[in-house]
Write a protein of this length. Structure first.
Length: 103
């Protein structure tokens, strides 16, 4: 069996980039720009859209696993929290830090 030329993810990223570039070029043409300017605007938008959609669409990973870094996967019970809001595993929460009167 032949392997495909592009993966499904790569094809989706490129399709969305072409659509974004065509949309930007068409809108600039309708706004009164010349054809040459509209082509350049569309090409620039498509180039930026490739990077945007490449980062937006997650890479292939095993079901149930996170696509983040290893520090996020080792966070334990804090796996769903934002990286800046993670609580250390042996912390007792804000009441212990404020002094709850037990010490």
């Amino acid at each position: 069996m032949k392997s495909s030329l592009l993966s499904m993810r790569a094809a989706l990223v490129l399709l969305l980039a072409v659509l974004a570039g065509a949309g930007a070029g068409a809108l600039s043409l309708l706004a009164g720009r010349s054809l040459a300017e509209s082509v350049l605007i569309g090409a620039g938008a498509a180039g930026l859209a490739v990077t945007f959609f490449d980062r937006l669409i997650a890479a292939d990973s095993a079901p149930g696993s996170t696509s983040g870094s290893t520090s996020e996967s080792n966070a334990g019970s804090n796996a769903g929290s934002a990286p800046g809001n993670a609580v250390p595993p042996n912390s007792q929460g804000p009441a212990a830090a404020a002094g709850d009167g037990n010490g």
